[in-house]
Design a protein around this ligand. Structure first.
Ligand code: SIN
Length: 286
């Protein structure tokens, strides 16, 4: 793949790329198309030195597609489709937002294709975000397990983090986050365990330990060993892309083919990033 409008530098063996030579406020259509091509090639892209406010972040997001839904986090007053991901300095020994491996809102019928996260305030160390390449995770499985999984659907639900019995509903969440919980989190949706990316045609594992609660037609107990095995397999070190944030950096990732986790290693320091997402399609089986 050759790029004319952007400079692209790969971040790790599993993918990820830093894109420079771009101003996202004034970018032309070819530049946007090249950023999207880089996303398809590298799964995660970082764009340093992009001092965007919420309106500019939302405007750029809309150039990638319609806004994704934000079912359990309230939007900002500056723009309803922008949510703040915040952990205050005094919020210590708490599960942070996005602190376990997941693919964004995979319990929706149409989970987001892309998520965009813009760094506003960063701790003096730590607070990186990890991504795991789910093409590589799928390709690492035996042919037998690949074939078995390709025929399976799994049930996704927001029940564990956002249901009435969740830690978020029981006051253990970060008070700085505008999290909503409720019975609507009990809804379930079945998705293929292996999905085909609409642009690349490649197959990716689509199972995550936060929202994938069981295999279709099986109980949670029966499903737990396989979901546990796949969750562990999905995040092998050689599948990882690590993003170390800098102020004003924008990172975009493709939820269809990566899981991610916000590393919670900066207790005592404040971290704030602003997030938008792009509406995806109903996952299609590989
Ligand atoms: C998220 O899961 O969207 C949060 C990621 C982060 O804060 O690094």
């Amino acid at each position: 793949m050759t790029y004319q409008k952007i400079q692209v530098k790969q971040l790790s063996g599993a993918g990820g790329a830093e894109i420079t030579g771009v101003d996202l406020v004034t970018a032309d259509d070819q530049t946007i198309a090249e950023i999207e091509s880089a996303l398809h090639q590298f799964l995660v892209v970082t764009l340093p030195d992009q001092p965007l406010d919420d309106v500019q972040l939302a405007r750029f997001t809309a150039r990638l597609g319609a806004f994704g839904l934000e079912p359990f986090v309230e939007g900002e007053s500056t723009h309803p489709n922008v949510v703040a991901v915040v952990k205050e300095a005094d919020e210590v020994k708490r599960l942070n937002f996005g602190g376990r491996w997941h693919s964004d809102w995979s319990f929706l019928e149409t989970p987001p294709s892309y998520t965009l996260l813009h760094a506003r305030e960063l701790p003096p160390f730590g607070g990186d975000t990890l991504f795991a390449n789910q093409y590589l995770a799928f390709e690492s499985l035996s042919e037998g397990l690949q074939t078995l999984l390709k025929g399976q659907q799994a049930i996704h639900s927001a029940r564990r983090p956002y249901g009435p019995q969740s830690h978020n509903a029981n006051g253990k969440h970060l008070r700085s986050m505008k999290i909503k919980t409720g019975p609507e989190a009990l809804a379930e949706f079945a998705h293929p365990m292996v999905r085909r990316h609409p642009a690349t045609g490649r197959s990716a594992l689509y199972v995550n330990p936060v929202y994938t609660i069981r295999l279709q037609g099986m109980t949670e107990d029966e499903s737990a060993p396989l979901i546990g095995f796949l969750s562990e397999r999905s995040v092998r070190p050689e599948f990882i892309i690590r993003v170390a944030w800098r102020p004003n950096m924008l990172t975009i990732w493709d939820n269809r083919v990566v899981q991610h986790l916000a590393v919670n290693d900066y207790d005592g320091h404040r971290r704030e990033l602003h997030r938008t997402s792009v509406l995806g399609e109903t996952p299609v089986a590989a």
